[in-house]
Design a protein around this ligand. Structure first.
Ligand SMILES: [Zn+2]
Ligand SMILES: [Zn+2]
Length: 316
């Protein structure tokens, strides 16, 4: 048993990023809108019921709920109805000429701050980019351009439309391990093995080590070295693939209670025939950690490659 010595200010920090790639199905109206931006046309739609015209084109009217089957080619000039400034630039609400709702986009203020009522016109991207940024931004009209009215849009071949847009949401963050997890990873990194923390009141040993006992709400004060053997507490055989998996299915997700520990450690069970794992594995089975070779370890719980069964449920 060891006294806690790692200070909170010495705790290591994990810098990582949560990646969420996905594709967005845009639907008919937005597909028409994005597709037409490549041809320098701003596509809107007109409600068949209340005759309201909006940009970008919508499948259904946000006012009356009616279908918006009529697609229009909107004017590329309009009037600023609101403007806001961010460190990355200015964004404005623009009422395109002949349209009944505002359209939000970037505006160019390099020639001076824009105000409500100012006239602006579309500026197109030099190269097509396949998103709303084909329409790069709006800038003050160069001359007194006359207000244009929306016209009917030519027939659209819906088979040509971009049905999906690929996106990737990235959430970078820093996570402090704190003195307890930090100490666990230090011990793993120096190949000293697994540790937990003991509650002075109920004497439970928490793995991974925590600063407070969840049952007694008292501070844990001692680290305890643990064996790398334990019992299978629960398991699932995973056959489905999903984003973020570090192993290829099929594999066994397992909750293991290490010998001498009171809580469950999440890991994998392998070294077995996966086609019969569901039948062969038993709750309570003894298991043992299979460690990666020394030169492949990096001071995380992944230094344990997997746990393997080491006997029957009844054998201690
Ligand atoms: Zn309507
Ligand atoms: Zn306790």
């Amino acid at each position: 048993m060891t006294q806690i010595t790692t200070g909170i200010d010495q705790a290591p920090v994990l810098e990582t990023s949560l990646e969420m790639p996905y594709t967005l199905t845009t639907g008919r109206a937005v597909s028409v809108f994005i597709d037409h931006l490549r041809r320098h046309v701003i596509a809107g739609s007109r409600c068949d019921t209340c005759e309201r015209t909006v940009v970008p084109a919508q499948d259904y009217c946000s006012r009356c709920g009616g279908e918006q089957k009529t697609l229009v080619s909107a004017a590329t000039t309009g009037t600023v109805t609101a403007v806001t400034r961010t460190p990355e630039g200015a964004v404005a609400l623009i009422r395109l000429d002949g349209v009944d709702a505002d359209f939000m986009h970037r505006v160019d203020e390099s020639g001076g701050a824009l105000a409500v009522g100012d006239r602006v016109e579309a500026v197109w991207a030099p190269e097509p980019v396949g998103t709303i940024l084909n329409l790069s931004h709006f800038a003050p009209v160069s001359a007194d351009a006359p207000a244009a009215q929306p016209g009917e849009l030519a027939e659209v071949d819906e088979g040509d439309l971009a049905a999906q847009i690929a996106y990737s949401l990235s959430l970078p963050y820093r996570h402090s391990y704190g003195p307890n997890y930090g100490r666990l990873f230090d011990e793993l990194g120096s190949s000293s093995g697994l540790i937990g923390s003991r509650c002075p009141q109920c004497h439970n040993v928490l793995v991974p080590p925590r600063a407070y006992c969840e049952l007694c709400y008292v501070k844990t004060e001692q680290f305890v070295g643990l064996k790398d053997t334990g019992r299978l507490h629960a398991f699932s055989v995973i056959h489905m693939e999903f984003v973020g998996q570090t192993r290829k299915p099929p594999y066994v997700y397992a909750e293991i209670v290490l010998d001498g520990a009171s809580t469950r450690l999440i890991h994998n069970v392998a070294g077995i025939d996966m086609s019969t794992a569901q039948r062969d594995l038993k709750i309570g089975m003894p298991v043992r950690a299979v460690w990666k070779p020394e030169d492949e370890r990096n001071g995380t719980l992944d230094d344990i490659d997997y746990f393997e069964p080491i006997g029957d449920i009844d054998q201690p």
